[in-house]
Design a protein around this ligand. Structure first.
Ligand code: COA
Length: 260
């Protein structure tokens, strides 16, 4: 598939998606969001892709937010529609994806950019990264899941302070808050993301998907996460990968998982 605003590169079972609007600090306009929907849908369906790394083009930004120039014409209904479509087409699509997605945050991750990183399953950052949800400076609030996912990741007090002050935090702060799990030099960022993802991809694929569903259930209204875990745990026993994993352990060899 050809994209105007994304670069796609495959290395083994790792697919790297790079948001490529460097002159606008990779801001998410409608076209880029539509392309992200297509790219992630395709990556989740493609059996040759095991997991995805998402990053931003250039040395300065992961994503500096939703494209503010597209906001001016919106009214109440248009704003709500933009938010609702974004949630389902991109942010929830990634969060509920059956394959692991790592955000490699290589600079500014602001507004919709931080929301995109937070929709991913794991976030790592370069030491020059800056993160924040500055929407209240525009008379808005985060609209792509930020009020919910930031609260889940860092707790209510820190989320309140970050969203109400609109302040950016450093990569070091983000590490301390648990918003990212590793901070490295910019040159090492993608290598580190690949290292983590390749380790994950050596594990049983159906178990990874079951783990993502079960962890997400902890934060899904109306669902008992413990019940989800019980069901998903049970289903794992019906997979060939489970039989292979146990056999490999008993035979003291490396498991060869097929995702079946
Ligand atoms: N939407 C649209 N365009 C954006 C953008 C966004 N969220 N963020 C940056 N850009 C554009 C700028 O308008 C500028 O375009 P131009 O060269 O055509 O004028 C270009 O990207 C470079 O940005 P600039 O502001 O010149 O870079 P900077 O280094 O001075 O500042 C930031 C960097 C990130 C602090 C600043 O761009 C900024 O505050 N961006 C908006 C962040 C934001 O509020 N995001 C939340 C949106 S809901």
């Amino acid at each position: 598939m050809e994209f105007q605003n994304l670069l796609i590169a495959n290395k083994g079972r790792v697919q790297q998606i790079t948001i490529n609007r460097e002159s606008k600090l990779n801001a998410l306009n409608k076209d880029t969001l539509a392309e992200l929907h297509s790219a992630f849908t395709e990556a989740f369906q493609n059996p040759e892709v095991g997991g995805i790394i998402i990053t931003g083009a250039g040395p300065k930004a992961f994503v500096a937010g939703a494209d503010i120039s597209e906001f001016a014409a919106l009214n109440i209904e248009g704003g709500a529609q933009l938010s609702r479509t974004g949630h389902s087409a991109v942010f929830d699509l990634i969060a509920n994806g059956s394959k692991p997605v790592i955000a490699a945050v290589n600079g500014f991750a602001l507004g919709g950019g931080l929301e995109l990183a937070m929709a991913c399953h794991i976030r790592i950052a370069s030491d020059n990264a800056k993160m924040g949800l500055p929407e209240v400076t525009l008379g808005l609030i985060p609209g792509y899941g930020g009020t919910q996912r930031l609260t889940q990741l860092v707790g209510k007090g820190k989320a309140m302070e970050m969203i109400l002050t609109a302040d950016m935090i450093t990569a070091g702060d983000a590490l301390q808050y648990g918003l990212v799990t590793h901070v490295v030099n910019p040159e090492e960022l993608l290598t580190k993301a690949e290292e983590i993802l390749n380790k994950i991809l050596s594990r049983a694929p159906l178990a990874l998907a079951a783990a993502i569903r079960s962890i997400n259930a902890a934060y899904t209204d109306g669902i008992n996460g413990y019940e989800t875990e019980i069901t998903e745990f049970g289903k794992c026993f019906g997979t060939k990968d489970f039989k292979e994993g146990v056999a490999a352990f008993m035979e003291k060899r490396k498991a060869e998982f097929k995702g079946e």
